[in-house]
Design a protein around this ligand. Structure first.
Ligand code: HGY
Ligand code: MN
Ligand code: MN
Length: 408
């Protein structure tokens, strides 16, 4: 039993017509009209496959294929939302490969012991609303529902999650975390250079590194660029730039450490005005939690000292605090075995990117399957994975799902 390559690739390109960017790539920010259109298309495909479609309170979408027993499900999930410079495969590939697996089960009239549930999680990217992996976070921690409902968009619109879910018709009634799931599989592009560099077909992901997002509002004093002597300036732009340099030095000094500032907004953002305010969100990552915590502490210490020196007032908000997560050894081995049986080369690895699987690992036995990314590029409209690799990954997903669901 194999997946149908044309059907999988056609669905991916049909889905990527939604939010398509000129020159390739996709922009489907969470809970926008593009996200709604993608959700509606997936729901139609789920129904075509005879799945029972459920929507929970965070808008997570479930397509459930009944099994012979009422044991907790084997879930296959990922996300349809993208970053603003999204590629064709980040998230979309995993959701539609999961749909393809269900399509193959149906056309071969396979009865599984366990139900199989296809999931599209809300706001995995965190590009419009923080935190990222939001929908799966609330599935793993339902008590966070009300707080997350009130999360405001990072853009000027400031719409809340609940308002936007209602607006696009995906404020579901099913309680987050109420659908019983024992196993969770996520197929994803690696988004890094390792598999391509080592010419390996399949990554058996056993861990996801920790992620800390911290928002800083730096308040200085707007001033004339031409008349204000350096000594009297309170320039938050200068402080923000020194923070960026500090984060890179930290990353170079601390083993396994990465640091990025992808969001930095100047106000009033005018050529000849020393900025009044800078808003930035730092992204620190490390597979070692102690080192990550230490790096964050050093960063905060640096900002405190430098801001006091320059008379800048700092407002600090913790947006994401995710410890590294180990996946289920049992499920990782199911993935590795499936890859081997398909005569594909495999290697165990750590994920640099965050994924819904790291949330689902708290409430189910979870693991991920990676396929190579050309040039290791992602969160970039030039993201690419070869069709043969896309098909390999989907076939490993199919075999792993059959094994976990107890195909008869
Ligand atoms: O931030 C991440 O790693 C993921 O793409 N949300
Ligand atoms: Mn992703
Ligand atoms: Mn992503």
């Amino acid at each position: 039993m194999q997946v149908n390559p044309d059907r999988l690739l056609n669905r991916i390109s049909r889905m990527n017509a939604i939010g398509a960017l000129p020159g390739g790539g996709v922009c489907r920010l969470s809970l926008t009209d593009e996200d709604k259109a993608a959700r509606d298309l997936l729901a139609a495909w789920m129904r075509e496959e005879g799945l029972e479609v459920k929507i929970d309170e965070l808008g997570n979408m479930y397509g459930i294929r009944q099994g012979r027993s009422s044991l907790p499900a084997v879930a296959i999930g990922s996300h349809l939302d993208t970053v603003t410079t999204g590629g064709k495969y980040d998230g979309t590939y995993g959701v539609l490969a999961g749909l393809e697996v269900i399509n193959v089960l149906n056309e071969n009239k396979v009865q599984t012991d366990r139900p199989v549930a296809l999931i599209n999680f809300t706001n995995e990217e965190g590009a419009r609303f923080a935190p990222d992996m939001m929908g799966s976070l609330v599935v793993s921690k339902p008590h966070l529902r009300d707080e997350i409902w009130e999360a405001k968009a990072l853009d000027s619109g400031q719409a809340t999650i609940r308002q936007e879910l209602k607006r696009i018709g995906y404020l579901g009634e099913v309680a987050c975390g109420s659908i019983p799931i024992d196993y969770y599989l996520e197929l994803h592009i690696e988004q890094g250079p390792i598999l391509e560099h080592e010419r390996i077909n399949i990554g058996c992901v056993e861990k996801v590194q920790g992620i800390y997002w911290t928002e800083y509002e730096l308040h200085g004093r707007a001033a004339h660029a031409g008349t204000t002597p350096l000594a009297v300036r309170k320039d938050p732009g200068l402080l923000a730039s020194s923070v960026n340099v500090f984060i890179r030095q930290l990353a170079e000094q601390v083993p396994g450490q990465l640091g990025t500032i992808g969001l930095m907004e100047f106000t009033p953002n005018v050529i000849n005005v020393v900025p009044d305010r800078v808003r930035m969100i730092t992204d620190l990552r490390n597979p070692d939690h102690d080192k990550l915590h230490q790096a964050q502490r050093q960063l905060d210490e640096f900002i405190l000292v430098e801001s006091e020196k320059s008379g800048i007032k700092v407002e600090r908000t913790e947006r994401v605090r995710l410890a590294p997560v180990d996946f289920s050894k049992e499920v990782v081995e199911v993935v590795a075995t499936a890859g081997g049986q398909l005569k594909l080369s495999t290697r165990h690895m750590v994920s640099g990117a965050g994924h819904d699987a790291q949330m689902m690992a708290a409430v189910s036995k979870a693991a991920m399957i990676f396929v190579p990314s050309v040039g290791g590029i992602s969160h970039n409209i030039n993201e690419h994975t070869e069709p043969a690799d896309l098909v390999n990954g989907a076939n490993v997903l199919l075999q792993a799902a059959l094994r976990l669901a107890g195909a008869v």
